[in-house]
Structures are given as C-alpha cells and as structure tokens.
Design a protein around this ligand. Structure first.
Ligand code: PLP
Length: 429
C-alpha cells in the first residue's frame, strides 16, 4: 500500500501537534502503525490522502450511525451555514433538538447542550454534587467518561490503550473524591455504598461499557445501581455518550428499562458535529444557571450547524425498522466473525449488543476491566494490520468497539468476513 502522503503529513504534524494527533489513540501506537491521514469519506468508505479506500468500522468512534456524509445531514448543515454559523444567542434549532431528546428518553424533561462528552459528564457531576451537597463520585474501572480530572482514575479508552493508570497534572485532592470499583461487581458496589453512602454525590456508569471494549451489564447490575442509589439519595448518571441513539432510539435506558436521574449524551446527537448534552428531570435541571445556582456555560453551545445535523440525524433514526435492520446486520457480522475464528482456532470472545461489538482475542468471558486486560493485544495488533492491508479500517486498539452503520451493506459485511477469515488463518501460523 502506498502511504507516502500520510507519512509526509505525519512527520509535519508531529512538529506542530503533540504526537501528530489531536486525540491519543489516533496515533495508532498500540497496533504498531503510523496513522493514515484521511482525505474524505462517504457512506461506510473512508479514503486516505494516498487514495487508498477502506471499509470503516470506527464510524468516527460512534457518531456516524448513518455512515459518512449522509446527503440529508450534509444538506441540513449547508442550509443552516448559509444563515450564519454561530449567534451567541438562543435560536430555534436548539429548542427543536432539545424537544427531540426529551421525547426520546423518558428520563429527560430538560437538557442542556454542550460541545463534547467530556463537558457533559463534567457538568453532570457538578450538578449532582450541588444537589446532594456531597463530593464523592463513584465510577467503574475501565469506563471512560471523558478527560476531566475527576474521571482519570482507572479509566478506559486511550488510557488503557496506552497503559497509563491516570494522568500527571490531575491533583490528588481531586482524585481522592473519585472511587473506582469493578464493573458488574454487585457485592463491591453494595459494600462501597454501605461504607461511604453518606458522602457519595453520584454513581456514573456506561450502561453498556464501550471503552474497555464492549462489556455488557450482567443481569441485575444496572437494577442494583438504580435501587441502591435511590435508597440513599445518590444521583445515578447514565453516561450514554456512546449508547444514546445507538442501542435504541431511547438509548440503553430504554433497552434495559431503567431510568437514571441524569443522562449524558453526545456522538450521535450531533450527527458528526461537536455536540453533547446532559439532562434529567426538571427539579434537578432547574438547578442549572440561570434558573439555579450551578454554573455552566459555553460560547458555541447549541451551535446551529450541530443542532441542524443532530435534528436531521434523529429524524432519520426514528423511521420504523431502523434499529431492527441495523441489529440484524450486526448479528450476521458477529456470527460470521465468531464462526471464522472458531474454524481457524483463534481464541475470540465476541461481545456485542445492537450495532456495537468488540472481538477480544481472549478465551473470555470478558465481563470487567480485569478480564478485558487478559486479551492478547499483540494478536489484535497483527489482526489490525492484516485487516488494514485488506481494506478494512478497524479501531487501532483492542479496547475499543466497532460501530456498524446503516451504510454498511451486505457486500461490505462479506468483505469484512473474507478479510477476517484470512487474518485469523494467518494469526495461527
Ligand atoms: N463518555 C463516553 C462513554 C465516551 O465514550 C466518551 C468518548 O469517547 C466521552 C464520554 C467523552 O466524550 P468526548 O470525547 O466528546 O469528550
């Protein structure tokens, strides 16, 4: 594969951007490659600056559930841009998207728009602390809630990929207020609440973990979080930045039938533009400024281009049968991958729900951070390179999800399966 233009750009980028990238996992270090620079993308295809085209399984880390450059989303952005790109004042599109979100998720009466998932989770814990007058945040090992100081404790995503436990620059005084415990571990959760319940402001969880690879909640786990937090006046936050509008129109909370007190959303709700939100019931959300005292703001919050993209996206997702069709495709892909791994004798644990999945190179089961860590990352790196050479663009880390989009057609799935079959066979030689 000719990658001369990417090589040249990467060398230039490293001089002006740390590591040559604007988010660490993009540097592809965990899979022993240099990054390919992207020229353009359409549907499920992504093309680099040397003209190589790949079937994209990353979908911009989740937002592009309709594929890249969906014509209706692009048209909405164009129409809106012609009227101005930012006003610093309220505009009608914000109200429309807020109403769409509140009608999709039963736990939401109100939402506040921000610009990234990190801002959403950071603001949600501030609100929870203000509401309860307590400081402690309970999170789960391997869950990632963005890069705000309070969350960089045994976090997932890039931190696992790079093998770093936290980050310098985060004061001990901040992380002493974060308690991180194993995912799916009901006894430890109950013990933590039993010991420190009176100090705990909130419990934040990815209802399906997507940032240590996909890890599903075991039966009873989310239910226990709900009942135990409610009993102690602790705010339960579902971080649905990935799962919102991915696992169902109403997110994981609708799929599992559990209502959190606060929800964070991002990725899909911006149709590929930078937007996120946090929301909940009116009594809680009315504590946010200017209605209440909890300060949170943003120059570009509610940006019209992002609102227009999000509204268009959500309307398309609301079409009858959308999620059923996507799920059926994901099911076929997952079954095909599992069959091929088994035939080649590759130890593979495939965790999937809806259109998100991870192939762990491990005998499994993978149910938490420690079991995710048993995956063979060297094997994943070899698989990644083989798939890339065969025209398939995977996430450059074992501990990330693949995201299928409506733009993946049967012929693309077949190409992915053929490439995986070759890769699995080679891995065993
Ligand atoms: N929460 C979850 C569950 C995420 O997966 C992410 C990002 O991947 C975030 C929060 C942070 O979002 P952002 O990268 O937009 O700051």
């Amino acid at each position: 594969m000719n990658t001369a233009n990417s090589v040249r750009l990467f060398a230039k980028a490293r001089a002006s951007i740390p590591g040559g990238v604007n988010s660490p996992v993009r540097a592809c270090r965990a899979v022993g490659c240099d990054p390919l620079f992207v020229q353009k993308a359409a549907g499920c295809l992504i093309t680099d600056v040397d003209g190589n085209t790949f079937i994209d399984m990353v979908s911009s880390w989740g937002p592009l559930i309709l594929g890249h450059a969906h014509p209706e989303v692009v048209a909405a952005i164009r129409r809106t841009a012609a009227l101005g790109t930012s006003f610093g004042a309220p505009s009608p599109l914000e109200v429309e998207l807020a109403e769409l979100l509140c009608s999709a998720l039963p736990s939401l009466d109100m939402v506040r728009f921000v610009n990234s998932g990190t801002e959403a989770t950071m603001s949600a814990i501030r609100l929870a602390r203000a509401h309860t007058g307590r400081n402690i945040v309970v999170k789960f090992d391997g869950c990632y809630h963005g890069h705000a100081d309070s969350f960089l404790v045994r976090a997932g995503s890039g931190l696992i990929t790079l093998g770093i436990p936290g980050s310098p620059g985060v004061p001990d005084d901040i992380v002493k207020n974060t308690v991180s415990i194993p995912y799916n571990d009901i006894p430890t959760f109950k013990a933590t609440l039993g010991e420190r319940g009176g100090e705990i402001a909130c419990v934040i969880v990815e209802p399906v973990a997507g940032n240590m690879g996909v890890v599903l909640p075991e039966p009873g786990f989310l239910e226990t979080l709900r009942t135990e937090t409610a009993a102690r006046g602790i705010v339960l936050i579902f971080d649905e930045v990935i799962t919102g509008f991915r696992l169902a129109y109403g997110g994981a909370q609708t799929r599992f039938g559990i209502e959190p007190d606060l929800t964070t959303l991002g990725k899909i709700i911006g149709g590929g533009l930078p937007v996120a939100a946090y929301g909940g019931k009116q009594a809680l959300m009315n504590k946010v400024a200017p209605e209440g005292p909890v300060y949170q703001a943003g120059t570009l919050s509610g940006n019209p281009l992002a609102m227009a993209a999000g509204i268009t996206m959500l309307k398309l997702l609301h079409e009858p049968g959308f999620y059923e069709e996507l799920e059926a495709k994901a099911n076929r892909l997952a079954d095909g991958l599992a069959e091929r791994a088994q035939a080649a004798g590759v130890p593979l644990t495939l965790n999937r729900i809806g259109s998100m999945m991870t192939c762990f190179f491990s005998r499994g089961p993978v149910r938490d951070y420690n079991s995710a860590m048993t995956a063979n990352t060297d094997m994943y790196a070899r698989h990644y390179r083989s798939m890339l050479a065969d025209g398939i663009w995977l996430g450059p880390s074992q501990f990330e999800a693949f995201f299928l989009s409506a733009a993946h057609e049967e012929r693309h799935l077949q190409k992915i399966l053929d490439a995986a079959e070759r890769s699995f066979r080679n891995l065993m030689h």
